[in-house]
Design a protein around this ligand. Structure first.
Ligand code: PA5
Length: 447
């Protein structure tokens, strides 16, 4: 069972169904290139078969490690940035109670994040919070040398070492990194931390179905087997053997490329469930880092509706007509709240009495869809039946596969990120990192 549906019909006023389907050969060829590993970046295609290749033993190891951390710690800090935290946070936030951190009688630790920024206040406040709490750390870095998580881990390691003896520290830190190289691998081996490996052929933004995503998700109390099962189903539904008409990832990739070729250069991912906020953050990295290169690529943006209809709605409705939207729709929410009758009816909302909030939300969604399409904004609809592990698994793999196909249709290498280095080089030059003397000279001349 996989019930993810892609509906591009609200694009047809802008690019016809024929125009989209005329890209069928291109999309199919791109998909084949992924599978026969004949395209650019073909040494980073390990993600393609992750869902079907993960073993029962690997899942058990992750579950057992998660259980140990859960038993020990009230707080678990995930240290990582970009692809080393966004996938986990996307799933955890989507599945958690919206007020999770305020729940009492918890079965699972409170998940916190560090190393995803270098804000001093954030870091200081986190350390302050944790100093008298029982906590554990999952530190994630493929390269093992990324500055933001390295700084955060240095501080958290110092704190945890000040609270517990060496053998207990070892029980409370898990590292997820390269099999052999990098500073984190060296440190983890020296200190005897439990480790999991990020495969060489899986880039950060495609790593949610490796221990990078799966361990924190399991620690947070969610069913990683169901997540993987959903992704595995989507893996089978998007192979090159599946006809274009039935392949949701190929249809999505072709639709967005057809729009891009008519100068719709910005794609806004829309949700009507605030829990999906980090799915959009994960998606932005996936598409932004994969496609934005060589002067090309659809710029990925995101909004949470109806919240952002009250801030971004005007610009989307009537601003520059270079945007399209992709809406993530959840067929039915997990909870059920009806709107009550009010005797005075001062707000005039008694006509809604007895209706579920979701009905209002769905009508806001439909009303917005119609208004935006009439205002010149094409809409692609992506629907999953419910917010649960299985359906999130289908959604994540669906987007990953479409990203690979779309990147090849664009003619770029979707699996590298050379542009990310530019800021790092300047930052190190400005901080006068040893070895960067020439860059320091050069950048000082520009100030
Ligand atoms: O997708 C990517 O490759 C990047 O966003 C990385 O995930 C991010 O920079 C973190 O890198 P690392 O895991 O090496 O610390």
């Amino acid at each position: 069972m996989a019930n993810l549906k892609v509906n591009p019909s609200k694009v047809y006023d802008f690019v016809s169904k024929d125009a989209i389907y005329s890209l069928k050969e291109e999309a199919d060829a791109a998909n084949k290139m992924l599978h026969d590993k004949s395209g650019k970046g073909n040494d980073f295609l390990g993600w393609l078969n992750l869902p079907s290749s993960i073993s029962d033993a690997d899942l058990t190891d992750l579950e057992e490690t998660a259980a140990k951390l859960k038993a020990k710690a009230d707080y678990v800090v995930v240290v990582g940035i970009g692809g080393s935290y966004l996938g986990a946070r996307a799933v955890i936030d989507s599945l958690s109670n919206s007020f999770d951190h305020l729940q009492t009688n918890r079965k699972n630790p409170i998940m916190l994040y560090a190393g995803q920024n270098i804000g001093e206040d954030y870091t200081s406040e986190l350390l302050d919070l944790l100093k008298d709490k029982s906590f554990a750390i999952v530190v994630i870095s493929k390269s093992g040398t990324t500055t933001e998580p390295a700084i955060a881990f240095r501080l958290l390691k110092e704190l945890i070492e000040s609270k517990y003896d060496a053998s207990e520290v070892k029980e409370r830190i898990v590292a997820i990194t390269d099999a052999k190289k990098g500073a984190l691998r060296t440190l983890a081996d020296q200190e005897g931390y439990k480790t999991f490996v990020i495969p060489d052929d899986v880039g950060g933004r495609f790593s949610v179905l490796t221990p990078v995503g799966l361990l924190p998700i399991a620690v947070a109390g969610f069913n990683i087997r169901q997540l993987v099962a959903g992704a595995a189903k989507m893996e089978t539904l998007t192979t090159p053997e599946v006809p274009f008409e039935e392949n949701p990832s190929a249809i999505y990739a072709a639709t967005r490329n057809a729009l891009y070729r008519t100068d719709k250069v910005i794609e806004i991912l829309v949700n009507y469930q605030p829990k999906l906020h980090y799915v959009a953050e994960w998606w932005k990295q996936l598409y932004g880092e994969s496609e934005g290169k060589e002067g090309k690529g659809i710029f990925p943006a995101a909004v949470d509706f109806s919240t952002d209809l009250h801030s971004m709605g005007q610009a989307i409705q009537e601003g520059e007509r270079n945007i399209f939207e992709t809406i993530i729709q959840i067929a039915s929410p997990n909870k059920n709240v009806a709107i009550p009758t009010d005797k005075a009816d001062l707000d005039g909302l008694n006509f809604l009495a007895g209706k579920r909030i979701d009905e209002v939300n769905k009508m806001a969604e439909l009303g917005t869809l119609i208004a935006h399409v009439e205002g010149g904004v094409p809409n692609i609809q992506v629907e999953i039946p419910a917010l649960d592990e299985y359906n999130l698994g289908t959604l994540l793999y669906f987007f990953e596969k479409a990203c690979g196909i779309s990147g090849y249709m664009l003619g770029i290498n979707p699996f590298d990120q050379p542009g990310v280095e530019a800021y790092k080089k300047n930052m190190f030059a400005l901080l006068e990192k040893p070895g960067f003397e020439a860059e320091t000279e050069a950048i000082k001349a520009k100030l």
